[in-house]
Structures are given as structure tokens and as C-alpha cells.
Design a protein around this ligand. Structure first.
Ligand code: FES
Length: 912
């Protein structure tokens, strides 16, 4: 056996059945990624004798005598980047970068003919972050990045500092580490939706050669906790045990086997004998709330923080402003409708997983794919009674999150094994486990009732919301509260009422997902108000614009949680203006015989979570005259590292390339709540701003004293302190300060409150084929009020990625369960993600506002673009077909069935 990989020979025989992907990674070629291991995502693409192949499907033995090139071998031997790598850097054709090696390898092998047909050429590659526009620009040679140079950094298209590592395959994600003596963990999962484990026999598993240990509920701490990670753990119910003797959904972990290899651990799982006492299960949240339904968590409600366990209600919100019945009585038209949204998966290309070990001091070190390293450390300490200094949690580069990694799904069980065995242990979810054992977006049922006067004044808005949190309440109550917050606050009806329930069922747990519940309720509200406007013969955009909250107006929501929320800059009017311009412009004609329609939706979102969100940052002058910046927040493609460097560079009058960032490691700063709720810029960025500003002050104070000149006559510029007598290079300043024992470093802190709000609008023109139900997007326009935009290229990428992800959730993504509650779509082949060919270009427009709260006027823009997409598309579909669609996804089948029904019963329009 002899395989030449990137010019190096490997002669080790592969194991029977081993694929080329694992063979290459075991030889240190970590640029080859695992996204699905089924040939669907393309993250593992390499060249074999110059031909691109999915290495997860390619048997390693077939590479015998062949030449393999991975992304690490794409550059020339002297290090000059391949033209394709250079183009991806120039266009920043990536966010998290986990898919990038695959796209680079595919692109590098394309012929001119294939380059002319990218939808076909990229059929085998998926990207979950970018929405594909940046990738297309990269392939076409469009240059977006600006070179770092002296002068203002904020507001420029500066590149991500990790770009060169991303395009050369040397960026290190969670599993891209070589840990000597590593053991592998595999999980046995429940085949039943609801059962009690009456016995579990692990003896046969322990006899499998290579198996070191099997862990069951007998080994688990008795403590209950939530897998959700929040600054205040009491926001979530304590309903989860590390390994439980009761299973509450198909796919719940039952036992863990640790072995020398993944194969031995899998064999160990197969040899475990579990006897289950099967109990009735309830899969539907409305049924779960009825008297006599199976109870999912029979716990003390106050100890477990569950609202009404016997009714399966984990959390609920009830509130009224004014008197909605009076509001409906004074309305000239009332529209009432029920809307449903489906389960959606985050589908980040990097799966969940962790590698942990004891360091030389015996300290537990966990390297994990997490959006919340600090909160994970806190949870591990509480679970295992460890002081915080005995636990370090660090995230490498994270391969996509979207909220899915705001959970502790793997770190707890890996830590248990490491603490028991004293050996390094790794657990890496398969793609199927992502569907069975990770989390989804919450499916919602929303009943909306809205009333308005003939002149278009909204008089009353009422919501009844039921959210299915699945078997565990991680994020359940918090998502429910958020869903009825900004969605009701953004309209100024004098009478509003909310009744909302987060309900347990015996199904795969839901969790945090981009938009955090708001998108589900906005689908209902924005659709219902569109319908109400049509009843009143008003233009829906005019009607909404008349009723949206204005600058300076209070946030009024019956759901609460808006006390520290302010309109610190107002761009809603500009978002509406972008929609009006799009409406006024002539459109591309639809294909012959197709129906055509337009629709818009508006959205508002808080720029951080309620209750505070903490970030610490530390800025330091280094001996070489450069700067070090330490932040706790993780980088998973959201671009915060780039923005933090831009902010710090501005305060320190330097260029971004002179700032080195360390991040997402519990050793680098005191605390950080985490990279979620769109806080990377507005919270961690503000801490960065304060740290950099404090350091600049410290350096100028010291320089003035040292030089015996007035402080006001000193300023930072050109890697020096400029003063009336000339310039003091920062290198010399550092040496002088250290000589007298002064540390050139400063901390910054922000607690995440008060909060501002960001605004978005989305507009579509669509064509619909009445013969098939196919929807074609003719034009997509998005307006975003992100305050002062720190990096337009990057922020536009967030918007494009958010719109693309939302289009998947609107048009076809659906985690389907069978009648027993088992996920039927546990592979990308059965769970359709948007491909290159599915996503239209979205025109992105930024408003011109400067926020009074956000750092340097910035607001967040990670989650918000997702939220108006589904209702805008449904409204366009309504305009085209006359049919109000009330259930997602808007699949071709569903559209065709509704069109067919309306043809047979032409009036009135039907709701499918
Ligand atoms: Fe493509 Fe993250 S950049 S999956």
C-alpha cells in the first residue's frame, strides 16, 4: 500500500472498510472535514489523481498507487496560494469555513464549461453559512476585501484574520488536534419514546476487545440540570440527568462506551442489553396539555422550575394590555387564523463533539464545539463539584452554530469519562446523531386575531402560542417569552393579549435557533396583518407602516421582558422605504402561464437577551509594539474576531494586522456569557472598545509622565506616541513601562444592558407554476438596520446567510417524525438543505443609523435577517395565488394541492 498525499508517501495499510477521509485525517491531514460521511455535503472533497471525490465514500485501499491532493496541498510547494485559494480570500467566500476546503477542491478541478454552470458544478457541496453568494463571487474572481492600512478601520471591508488558515486547511476546528492516547466514545440511544429502564447489562460490552468502560445511569451524578446555557441558569428547567433511568424520546442517550477505537465502542454499544418498561408517549403538544395525557416530567415543579408538570407545561406567559375584546369591538375588520411552523435543524456542517483530557496538573481540559465555553465550564463545575480553576474549556474554530451549540450536549458525558478513566476521550456526533440527539428549532402553533379600523388603524392584537419543546425544556420557556416579545411590541395596537405555552412532548428536544422563537410568531403576525389589510382594501405595506412603533415610543408587550429595551436608533422607516422602492421598480416577467406576486414582511429584534449578558476583554501592548486582545466570545463564522480587531484598531490608532486575538478559552479572560443572541458585536465588542480605550489612556498617561510633557499633547499614531518633541515608538514605551513595573494592559467589561433594537424588512417577487406548484423567486430584497455597519462585506454575508437559511426553512426543510416519534430525516439526503441552485441573490440594503447604545453606533445583525423571510414569501405567494398559506414549509406539493383545491372550489380562497 502506497498513497502519495500532497507529495508525501503513506504506506500504512487501511483498516478493512476504512474510507479515505478517516485515513487522511489519521495521517494528520485535518483540512479534510467530516460533514455527513454520506457523500452529501462535500466537506471531505479531495483530488485523487486530479479528480475530485468525496473521500468519505472513497475506499482508502482504492487510493493505493495514486496521488491524493487535499486542501493542504493546493498551494505550490513554496507556499504560493492556488488561484482559487486567493480568490476565496479576496471575496471572503466563507464564514465558519468548515465547508471551504470542499468548495476549494471542487472549484480547483472545474473546467471552463463546468464553471459556466455553477448550480450543477456545486450539486455535491453544501454551505450552511454564506447563502452561496460570496462563494459565487469568489469563483468569479470578484474582490471584496480591502487591505489593512493606516486610518479608520471601522466601516471597511477588512478580511477575517483566520482567512489564510481557512483556505489552506490549517485552521484548527474542534477535532483537528492530535491527542496522544485518545480513547473514543460512542453512545447507545433509546429506541423508545417513553420508557423506564428496569435493567441494563454491560458485561458483554465490557468483554469487547478494546473497550475500557461503559457508563450508565448508575454512574451518573444524581443532579438535574438543563443542557441550555444561559447567564442565569434558573431561566431553564432542571429536568435533565447526565444519564437517566427514564427515556423520554427516541434517541435519548442511554449508555456510553469508551474504547480504543470508534469501531470497538460501537461494538460495545451493540452488546449492551437494556430491559425497558415501555410507557405511553405523547407527541402532540395540544394533546400533551389535555387531562390524562402521559406526563413527561413528573417532578416537583418548584425544584425543577417547571410551570405545571402534570399538564406538561414547562413555561407559560399570560398578559394583557388594555382590553382586547373592546379593541376588536371597535374594529371594522377582524382577521383570525392559525399558523404552524415545523421542526428545523441547525445543520451546522461541524457536528457536536468534544475532546477532553487531564493536563499535566491534572486539570480537566475540554476542547469543544461550543458557543459558550465559560457557561459550559460553570455547568461542569456544578455537576462534578469542581472549583472553576480545575476546569478549562476551550473552543477551537467552531464550524457553525446558529444557536445549536448554546447547549451542553456532549461535554458532560465526556468529562465524566475523563474524570473516571484519567485518559483523554473524544466524542464526535455523527450526522444522524445530530438529528436524533441534538436539538431543533421549536415547532410552533400560533393563533392570531387582529382587528383594525377602516382607516388602517390597528385596534387589537391577540396571540395564543403553543411551542413544542420536546422531551426537555432546554430553552423552552426562554424561546417562548422571546417569541411574544418584539413580535407584539413592534406594532402599537392599544389592546394586546398573549397566552403562550411551552409544552413537553416525547419528541427530540428543541433548543435555541437563530431568531429564538421570534421568527415563528412573526410568520403568523406578518401573514395575518397582510390578510387584514387586504380585507380593508389597503396596501399591506402601507397598513403596517402606519402601525409600526415609532422612534422614542415605549416597547409595549404583554409578554414582559422589555424593561431595558430602547429604540436607541431608528431605521424602520428606511427599511420600509427600501420595500417601497422595490415595489415601484419594474419586475422581470414570469415564465409564460405562471402566476406572479409580491410580498413583504417587517421584523424587529432586541440586540441582546434580557437579564444581562456579560463580556470581558483585555487589551495589552506587546513587547514588539503590537497589541494583544483577549476576548471570551467564540468565533463560528459570525465574524466577531474581524470586528473586534477593527474596533480595537480604531481606539489604538493602529492597523488590524498589528492586533493578535486570543478567544473562546476560559483561561484568557474572567468571564464571557457566550456567542449567542447576536451579542458578538454589541456586547463583546463593547467590552473590547472599553478595554482598548482604557489601554490607549494608560499608554498616553504613562508616555506623558515619562516624557514630562502634557498629556493633551500626546497621541497614538504610527506605532508610536507622538508628542511635541517627536515620537516615542511603542516598543520603547513598552520597555520603559516594564522597567518601572507597569503592565501595559487594560480590561474592559460590558454587562449587556441596556439593549437596543434592530429592524429588518424582506420583499420578494415570486412566480408560481400552477401546473406543479413550483415557486421561483424572481427578486429578493432585504433591508437591515444594523446601526453603524462595522464591516459591510461581513455584515452583508450575515444577512445573505440568514436569508438563505430562512429560505430553506420556508420552502422545504422539515425534520419529520414517524408515528412513534422517531426522526425519519436523519441524513442530508432526506433532510433537504438549500443548495447553491436553490438560493437567489438577495439585494442587501443597510440603513443609515447610529445606535446610542451599541459600540461606535453598531447594532447586531446575526439572527434578525432570518425572521421576515417566511412571512414575506407567504405574502408573495398569497398575492400570486389568492391562497393564504398557513403552514410551513411551502413545499411544491403543498402549493400544488392548494392550487388544485382552489381550482375545484374557486371561491372563497382556501387555507390548506
Ligand atoms: Fe460554509 Fe460555514 S462557511 S458551512
Amino acid at each position: 500500500m502506497r498513497i502519495e498525499v500532497n507529495g508525501r508517501c503513506h504506506e500504512q495499510e487501511p483498516r478493512p472498510g476504512q474510507c479515505l477521509r478517516t485515513y487522511l485525517r489519521e495521517h494528520g491531514w485535518f483540512g479534510v472535514k467530516k460533514g455527513c460521511d454520506a457523500g452529501d455535503c462535500g466537506a471531505c472533497t479531495v483530488h485523487v489523481d486530479g479528480e475530485p471525490v468525496h473521500s468519505c465514500l472513497y475506499p482508502a485501499f482504492r487510493a493505493d498507487g495514486r496521488t491524493v491532493t487535499t486542501v493542504e496541498g493546493l498551494a505550490s510547494p513554496d507556499g504560493e496560494l492556488h488561484p482559487v485559494q486567493r480568490k476565496f480570500l479576496d471575496a471572503q467566500g466563507f464564514q465558519c469555513g468548515f465547508c471551504t476546503a470542499g468548495f476549494l477542491m471542487t472549484t480547483a478541478a472545474l473546467t471552463d464549461d463546468q464553471l459556466a454552470d455553477l448550480p450543477r458544478a456545486f450539486k455535491g457541496n453544501l454551505c450552511r453559512c454564506t447563502g452561496y453568494r460570496a462563494i459565487e463571487d469568489a469563483v468569479r474572481g470578484v474582490r471584496h476585501v480591502e487591505e489593512p492600512s493606516a486610518g479608520e478601520s471601522v466601516g471597511r471591508n477588512l478580511p477575517a484574520p483566520a482567512g489564510p488558515q481557512v483556505v489552506t486547511g490549517t485552521a484548527r476546528y474542534t477535532f483537528d488536534v492530535d491527542v496522544p492516547g485518545l480513547l473514543h466514545m460512542k453512545l447507545l440511544r433509546s429506541p423508545h419514546a417513553h420508557a423506564r429502564i428496569t435493567s441494563i447489562d454491560t458485561s458483554a460490552a465490557l468483554r469487547v476487545p478494546g473497550v475500557h468502560a461503559v457508563f450508565t445511569h448508575h454512574d451518573a451524578p444524581e443532579r438535574h440540570y438543563s443542557t441550555a446555557r444561559h447567564e442565569h441558569p434558573e431561566e431553564d428547567p432542571a429536568d435533565t440527568r447526565l444519564l437517566d433511568d427514564t427515556v423520554r424520546h427516541i434517541g435519548q442517550r442511554v449508555a456510553a462506551v469508551v474504547a480504543d477505537s470508534e469501531a470497538a465502542a460501537e461494538e460495545g454499544c451493540r452488546r449492551i442489553t437494556v430491559v425497558y418498561d415501555i410507557a405511553p408517549a405523547v407527541l402532540d403538544p395540544e394533546e400533551a396539555m389535555r387531562p390524562g395525557a402521559p406526563v413527561v416530567h413528573d417532578k416537583d415543579p418548584s425544584a425543577a422550575r417547571i410551570s405545571r408538570p402534570q399538564a406538561n407545561v414547562v413555561g407559560e406567559a399570560h398578559g394583557e394590555i388594555g382590553d382586547v375584546e373592546a379593541g376588536f369591538a371597535e374594529a371594522d375588520a377582524v382577521h383570525e387564523e392559525t399558523f404552524r411552523t415545523q421542526r428545523v435543524q441547525h445543520a451546522s456542517l461541524e457536528t457536536h463533539g468534544a475532546v477532553a483530557w487531564l493536563d499535566e496538573d491534572g486539570r480537566l481540559t475540554v476542547r469543544t464545539s461550543s458557543q459558550t465555553p465559560f457557561l459550559t465550564r460553570r455547568a461542569l463545575c456544578a455537576l462534578f463539584d469542581l472549583p472553576s480553576e480545575r476546569v478549562r474549556v476551550v473552543a477551537g474554530r467552531v464550524g457553525g452554530g446558529f444557536g445549536g451549540k448554546q447547549e451542553m450536549l456532549v461535554e458532560d458525558i465526556v468529562a465524566l469519562a475523563v474524570l473516571r478513566l484519567g485518559r483523554p476521550v473524544k466524542l464526535e456526533y455523527t450526522r444522524a446523531e445530530q438529528f436524533h440527539g441534538a436539538t431543533t428549532r421549536h415547532p410552533f402553533t400560533v393563533r392570531v386575531k387582529a382587528g383594525a379600523r377602516r382607516d388602517g388603524t390597528l385596534t387589537a392584537l391577540q396571540l395564543r402560542v403553543v411551542s413544542n419543546t420536546g422531551a426537555y425544556g432546554n430553552h423552552g420557556p426562554a424561546v417562548m417569552f422571546h417569541s411574544v416579545g418584539e413580535s407584539t411590541a413592534m406594532y402599537r395596537a392599544p389592546h394586546k393579549k398573549v397566552d403562550a405555552y411551552s409544552v413537553y412532548t416525547h419528541t427530540v428536544p428543541a433548543g435555541a435557533f437563530r431568531g429564538y422563537g421570534l421568527g415563528q410568531v412573526l410568520f403568523a403576525v406578518e401573514s395575518a396583518l397582510d390578510e387584514l389589510a387586504r380585507q380593508l382594501c389597503l396596501d399591506p405595506v402601507d397598513f403596517k407602516a402606519r402601525n409600526i412603533i415609532g422612534p422614542g415610543e415605549p416597547m409595549l408587550t404583554p409578554g414582559g421582558h422589555e424593561e431595558d429595551l430602547h429604540i436607541a436608533s431608528y431605521g424602520f422607516d428606511q427599511c420600509v422605504a427600501v420595500v417601497r422602492r422595490a415595489q415601484a421598480e419594474p419586475g422581470e416577467p414570469p415564465p409564460d402561464g405562471w402566476l406572479v406576486g409580491e410580498g413583504a414582511a417587517l421584523a424587529m429584534i432586541a440586540t441582546g437577551p434580557p437579564g444581562g449578558h456579560i463580556a470581558d476583554a483585555r487589551a495589552a501592548l506587546l513587547a514588539d509594539g503590537g497589541f494583544g486582545l483577549a476576548v471570551g466570545t467564540a468565533e463560528f463564522g459570525n465574524g466577531t474576531t474581524t470586528v473586534h480587531r477593527q474596533i480595537a484598531a480604531g481606539e489604538l490608532a493602529t492597523t488590524v494586522d498589528r492586533i493578535t486575538v486570543r478567544q473562546s478559552d476560559t483561561d484568557v479572560v474572567r468571564h464571557d456569557t457566550g456567542a449567542f443572541a447576536s451579542t458578538g458585536t454589541v456586547v463583546a465588542g463593547k467590552a473590547t472598545l472599553r478595554a482598548a480605550r482604557a489601554l490607549a489612556d494608560l499608554l498616553l498617561d504613562f508616555a506623558a509622565a515619562h516624557l514630562r510633557v502634557a498629556r493633551a499633547d500626546c497621541r497614538l499614531a504610527d506605532e508610536a506616541v507622538l508628542h511635541p518633541g517627536g515620537r516615542l515608538p511603542l516598543k520603547e514605551l513598552y520597555a520603559a513601562a516594564r522597567a518601572v513595573g507597569i503592565e501595559c494592559a487594560a480590561d474592559g467589561h460590558f454587562g449587556g444592558t441596556p439593549r437596543s433594537v434592530a429592524f429588518n424588512s424582506q420583499w420578494f417577487r415570486v412566480a408560481v407554476d400552477p401546473g406543479t406548484g413550483e415557486i421561483r423567486i424572481l427578486r429578493s430584497v432585504h433591508a437591515a438596520d444594523a446601526g453603524r455597519v462595522m464591516n459591510p462585506m461581513q455584515c452583508r454575508g450575515q444577512v445573505e446567510g440568514g436569508v438563505a437559511q430562512a429560505l430553506g426553512a420556508t420552502l422545504f426543510e422539515n425534520v419529520r417524525l414517524d408515528a412513534r416519534g422517531e426522526v425519519e430525516t436523519a441524513a442530508f439526503r432526506r433532510y433537504r438543505l438549500p443548495q447553491y441552485a436553490d438560493i437567489p441573490r438577495t439585494e442587501v440594503h443597510f440603513t443609515e443609523t447610529t445606535d446610542a447604545i451599541g459600540p461606535l453606533g453598531a447594532k447586531s445583525m446575526s439572527e434578525s435577517p432570518f425572521n421576515p423571510v417566511a412571512p414575506a414569501l407567504a405574502n408573495a405567494l398569497r398575492d400570486a395565488t389568492g391562497i393564504r398559506f398557513t403552514e410551513l414549509p411551502l413545499t411544491r406539493d403543498r402549493v400544488w394541492r392548494a392550487l388544485d383545491a382552489s381550482r375545484r372550489t374557486p371561491r372563497p380562497p382556501v387555507s390548506p
